[in-house]
Write a protein that binds this ligand. Structure first.
Ligand SMILES: [Zn+2]
Length: 153
């Protein structure tokens, strides 16, 4: 019974990853040939690039529009902010789960807890990184964009 339950859960999570990836692929974050870089310049569209992000059902590959600012020498993916994954390896939902698990004890234990309860596999280092700084209540992001309401879970 336990093995069958684990197989069913793994299948459901895999199906969830596929559904989430298709949902997120609907808007790769292309905002035109140029977007503000955030430092007073314009960044130009380069190409679509993939980013693997940990989500509650599992790792999902996001294909997103990538822009580069020649003045700053930095790149950005405007769609990442709307999904809450700018500069993050985990979705907001997975970060919240990770933070709760990390608050319960040592990071290695937190990673094991997440894997046992949710089937989410994290390294202790990743759990530790994601939990810093400890923020039980994240303030709402001040950025704007049409994609903000569909944050990755
Ligand atoms: Zn710039």
């Amino acid at each position: 019974m336990e093995a069958a339950g684990a197989v069913i859960r793994a299948g459901m999570l895999q199906a969830g990853c596929g559904m989430l990836a298709r949902l997120l692929a609907a808007d790769p974050g292309y905002r035109g040939p140029r977007v503000p870089c955030g430092q007073g310049h314009e960044a130009e569209f380069v190409s679509c690039r993939d980013k693997v992000t940990g989500t509650v059902p599992g790792p999902v590959t996001l294909t997103r529009a990538w822009y580069h600012c020649a003045a700053c020498g930095h790149g950005l993916a405007p769609g990442d902010a709307g999904l809450g994954v700018a500069g993050q390896a985990m979705s907001p939902g997975l970060r919240a789960m990770n933070d709760q698990a990390a608050a319960a004890g040592p990071f290695a234990k937190a990673a094991r807890l997440l894997e046992n309860l949710a089937g989410v596999r994290l390294t202790a280092k990743r759990a530790e990184r994601a939990a810093e700084p400890a923020a039980p209540q994240r303030p709402p992001r001040s950025g704007t964009g049409p994609g903000r309401s569909r944050a990755a879970s």
